[in-house]
Write a protein that binds this ligand. Sequence first.
Ligand SMILES: *Cc1c(COP(=O)(O)O)cnc(C)c1O
Length: 370
Amino acid sequence: MIHTPIPVTRSSMPPYEEYIREIAPLWENRWLTNSGTCHQRLERELCSYLDVPFISLFTNGHLALESTLSALELTGEVITTPFTFASTTQAIVRNGLTPIFCDISPVDLTIDVNSIERLITPRTTAIVPVHVYGNICDVERIQEVASRHQLKVVYDAAHAFGETLNGVGVGSFGDMSMFSFHATKVFHTIEGGGVVCHDAQLLEKLAALKNFGQYSSENVAETGGNAKMNEFQAAMGLCNLRHVDGEMEKRRKVAAYYRARLEGAEGLQLSPVQRNVVSNAAYFPVVIDERYFGEDRDAVCTRMGEGNVFPRKYFYPLTSQFSCYAGKFPVQETPVAAWVAERVLCLPLYADMTVEDAAYVCDLLLEGRK
Ligand SMILES: *Cc1c(COP(=O)(O)O)cnc(C)c1O
C-alpha cells in the first residue's frame, strides 16, 4: 500500500476565522500598505517576542537582507558561507560586493570561525554568517574577529526565528540580523522578512531603503527600492505569532522522535544539540556518509520519493557553484562545505506532522542500510 505523500515542509496556518477577523477592518479603513495598523502592531509584538529594540518589516527576507547590506554602506569583500540558500550570496553580489567563501564547521555546518581570519584583506568590510538550520553560529568568536578588524557582522537568521542562546534572543548578535517570514519558515507572513538593528538611525535608513529612498515625500536621500510589507501579510503574522510557540513545540516532538530513532545509526550524522540553545526545530538535516551507510544521498532521496516521502537536498549545490558564478569560486577552497553538500538531506518536518509519519520516514530511510 502506498503511503499518502509526505512533503519536506508544510506551512502553518492560523484558524481561518482568526485571519478573517484580523483583516476585516481593512474593508473599513482601506489602509492596505505603507506601515498600516497591522504592520505597526506586528513590529511591536515582534520586538517583544524576539527581545530586540528595533525591527523593520519587509515584503520578503531576501530584500530585507539586500537592504541591510545597503544600509551599512559596505564595499569590497564580504566573508560568508557557500552552504546556504541562494538568497545570502545573491544579496551580497546584488549589492556590488564580492563574496569570499569561508569553509564550514563539519559539526554544526555554520561558518568555520577558525578559517575567517586568514580570508580578511584590506578590502574586507563585513562578515555574513548564517545560522544554518537554526544552528547558532559561534557568535562570540565571530564578534571577536570582527571587532579586531573593524568589520560589520550581518547574520542571515532566516532559519533561527525564536531561538535563544543563554537566554538571549538570537537577533541580539552582530550589527544586524535578517529573519525570513516566508511561508515555509517556522513563523511566517506568507512572504515576508524583518531586519533587527540596534539603533534608531539605522531603522530610519531601512525605512527609507524599502520605500524608494524616501525619508519624506520631498526628501529622497537613498537609492532605495520598494520592499514594504503589506497589511494582509502583517495580519497573517499577527495570527501566526499567537500560535508559534505551540507550533514549535509540535516540531520539537517530531525532531525528538527523529533523533531518538536515528542517533547512532551508522553512516548518518545529525546536527548536534547545541548547549544553552533553545532550538526552534526548523529543520532536520542528516548527512549520509555512503561508505558506512551503504547507499549514497542521491539514491536515498530517489528511493524515499518512490515511497512517497520527499526530503530535500538542502543545500545542494553550494551557492559558490551556481552556474551564474561558473569558474569564479573554486570548490576546493571550501572542502568541508563541498563534502557536506553532496551528502546532506533534510527530512520532512512541519508542525502538523504526526509521529506515525515520522516513523514511516525513518523506516524508509533506514531500509537503505546494507
Ligand atoms: C528563506 C531564506 C532566505 C530568504 O528568505 P525569503 O523570505 O524567502 O526571501 C534567506 N536566507 C536563508 C538561509 C533562507 O532560508
